[in-house]
Design a protein around this ligand. Structure first.
Ligand code: MN
Length: 496
């Protein structure tokens, strides 16, 4: 193990529930915050900054719920250098306060309309006030990177003398570089120091690592890197950089990373860029023939780490870049055993679908294989009609008539919307044939405009086996029905 960090263990302060929630448009309910806090504590973060007590009654309720839950992690709230903020924090039962004081002249004069001296006095008084009330105090210099570093050092030094337990250097608008960080951090490490980096220029993780190497002992992160503007240093990236590139044991249960990322993305309704490191859908997905061929021999050829380490699975998708090895492996998984000639023909047809700019789903591959191998696939079910009613004062209701193994079945269901109602009635209609679960539902509009082609991809599961299928229509409900029926037919076919 390379020793680069001169202390026992780097601490993680996660601020998904405070800075992350300040992402424009994000608002979590107290119960949702509690759920995320539970997972943050379980994964092993040391401090959870769970909100800003003074912000709203909902925030205070969330902080109380989380403080009362008895998690291992220390529970913290953001406060300004104001007695009222600290009083409210005490009422919420938190362990600590993240006491944020502006330290750059820009923030001191333009934002607060005060002088350096006035801010200094406010900071010292607030620290003493919080300490008298039994709180752990992390004194944070807002906009530290643009502050006069001598003024910052004085606030920090005297802050520690007034009782601050920890300090925090905030790169509030993401202006540090790793080199500048390495210069600026060491003189401030006379007490436990946190680093809080924003990602405006994409350097939040690099700057955080640089600070940790330079003597900082704690890193502020958010799950999926959410936060104000371009966000904060991403928890999952900081953890995996330390673990993978610095052989540093963070003590974090990395196998829980993907589950936590998905939870945060679902509850905040912030979907992730497909190519986001570690947690994006494409981070462990391969299509290209050469890559897939290498991976099938040794996964290290084109993967920096095994996906299981972060709680994920490798995915090989087929398309125009696919080669023989990946198509063969996909066919094997789907239960086909083509000869060499058939395999070549299936590959050619898969590439043709890919060349049309379309996703190649499992159902597509199966249809191609059936046709090339001259296998007869009699559909188990076929749609006869569907009707959907939806409107501002109507409960979305769908009815369908299907032929299932030659028998006509009609059913109806209601749902949260027309697509939901339709998919529910389809599931109900085939219930006697098996429990088919919809695992994923994804919509793409192929070109702009309300008359656009809509491409629906679904992933469905039956008896531990799952596969993808698609439907493309100008009507979103028809496209959804097409995708689901194609998938159901493949999952229900006898002998597979
Ligand atoms: Mn911030």
């Amino acid at each position: 193990m390379i020793v680069l960090f001169g202390y026992e263990r780097i601490r993680f302060l996660d601020t998904t529930l405070r800075d992350g929630e300040q992402t424009p448009g994000v608002s979590l309910t107290p119960t949702q915050k509690l759920k995320i806090a539970e997972e943050l504590s379980a994964i092993g973060v040391n401090v959870i900054e769970a909100g800003s007590a003074v912000a709203s009654e909902g925030e205070r309720e969330a902080l109380r719920l989380i403080s009362d839950a008895g998690f291992n992690a220390e529970i913290c709230t953001y406060v300004r250098a104001k007695h009222e903020d600290i009083d409210v924090a005490v009422k919420c039962g938190v362990d600590s306060v993240h006491l944020v004081v502006p330290v750059s002249d820009l923030h001191i004069t333009k934002k607060l309309g005060k002088t350096r001296e006035e801010v200094y006095v406010m900071a010292m008084e607030s620290i003493a006030y919080a300490k008298e009330r039994g709180l752990i105090v992390e004194l944070s210099g807002e906009d530290s990177s643009r502050a006069d570093q001598q003024y910052l050092a004085r606030i920090f030094k005297d802050g520690v003398e007034h009782g601050a337990d920890r300090l925090c250097f905030c790169d509030t608008v993401g202006l540090l570089t790793p080199e500048k960080t390495a210069e600026i951090i060491p003189p401030l490490c006379f007490a436990p120091l946190s680093i809080h980096c924003h990602n405006d220029l994409g350097l939040a993780v690099a700057n955080s690592i640089s600070a940790l190497k330079s003597g900082a002992t704690c890193v502020h992160t958010t799950i999926n890197g959410i936060g104000e503007r371009a966000g904060n240093a991403a928890f999952e990236e900081v953890v995996m950089v330390l673990e993978k590139l610095y052989s540093y044991n963070t003590g974090i249960d990395t196998t829980k990373i993907y589950g936590l990322s998905t939870l945060v993305s679902q509850l905040t309704k912030i979907s992730l860029a497909a190519n986001k490191p570690i947690v994006g859908t494409m981070a462990f997905t391969h299509e290209s023939g050469i890559h897939a061929h290498g991976l099938l021999r040794d996964t290290a050829t084109y993967e920096p780490m095994a996906p299981e380490i972060v709680g994920r699975k490798r995915r090989i998708v087929l398309g125009k870049h696919s080669g023989t090895a990946s198509v063969q492996s996909a066919l094997h998984e789907l239960g086909y055993d083509p000869n060499e000639k058939q395999l070549a023909e299936i590959l050619a047809r898969v590439k043709k679908v890919g060349d049309l700019g379309m996703k190649v789903t499992d159902a597509d591959v199966m249809a191609i294989a059936d046709s090339v191998m001259q296998l007869e696939c009699k559909p188990v079910l076929s749609l006869k009609q569907f009707t959907v009613v939806s409107g501002s004062n109507a409960i979305p209701t769908a009815s369908v008539t299907m032929e299932v193994n030659g028998q006509k079945i009609t059913g109806a269901a209601t749902g949260t919307g027309p697509v939901d109602a339709t998919l529910k009635v389809l599931q109900q209609s085939v219930a006697m044939l098996g429990d088919i679960q919809l695992e994923e539902y994804h919509v793409d509009a192929i070109n702009g405009g309300t008359d656009a082609m809509v491409d629906v991809t679904v992933k469905m599961r039956k008896d531990g086996r799952s596969l993808t299928s698609r439907g493309a229509r100008t009507d979103i409900i028809e496209a959804s029905v097409e995708a689901v029926i194609a998938g159901m037919n493949r999952l229900l076919r006898p002998g597979k």
